[in-house]
Design a protein. Structure first.
Length: 172
């Protein structure tokens, strides 16, 4: 008998990454349909990630971006995606290899993927969402939905902070 084992975990991770790649490729061609929007969390300390130095300094380990209303130049191939987003009203270009992804979530349909990364495991059930009242039985998607609801209230004129902090996705 042979000592080689099938690497199921790696195969599943590759399949899940292909789902994100397909979604981003479709979005690049056709835009976001309906109410869909994406939270994408990635490792900023991955050597192949290309982001402006001030963002890497501010987010030395990981960063979550939101693809919703304003994004430009989305491109996705087999190995990475590129996108331009506005940070403090300045358009910045990001280059993210799929190997750096640790999370993908579309709250409009309560769909999320979590990628295993040897360096970090994020978005566990004990994840804290600052500024969001948390119920003991609340799931991650419930908390993200509360954040979305809070932001929707802010857009309608309520006072509040409309920034999603990375702390809400970090393991404590």
């Amino acid at each position: 008998m042979n000592d080689i084992t099938i690497q199921y975990d790696e195969m599943v991770q590759n399949a899940l990454l292909s789902v994100v790649r397909d979604i981003l490729q479709q979005t690049a061609k056709e835009g976001l349909p309906g109410d869909h929007h994406f939270y994408i969390t990635f490792r900023t300390d991955n050597s192949d990630v290309k982001i402006p130095p001030y963002l890497r300094e501010r987010y030395p380990d990981e960063m979550t971006i939101v693809l919703q209303n304003q994004f430009w130049d989305l491109l996705a191939d087999d190995k990475h995606f590129e996108i331009s987003l506005s940070f403090n009203r300045k358009k910045e270009h990001l280059y993210v290899p799929f190997s750096a992804l640790i999370g993908f979530f579309d709250p409009s349909v309560d769909f999320g993927l979590h990628f295993h990364n040897n360096e970090v495991d994020v978005m566990e059930e004990d994840t804290e969402f600052p500024g969001i009242e948390q119920d003991d039985g609340a799931t991650i998607s419930d908390l993200v939905q509360k954040q979305d609801d809070q932001k929707a209230g802010e857009k309608s004129g309520d006072d509040g902070d409309n920034v999603v902090t990375l702390d809400s996705f970090r393991k404590k």
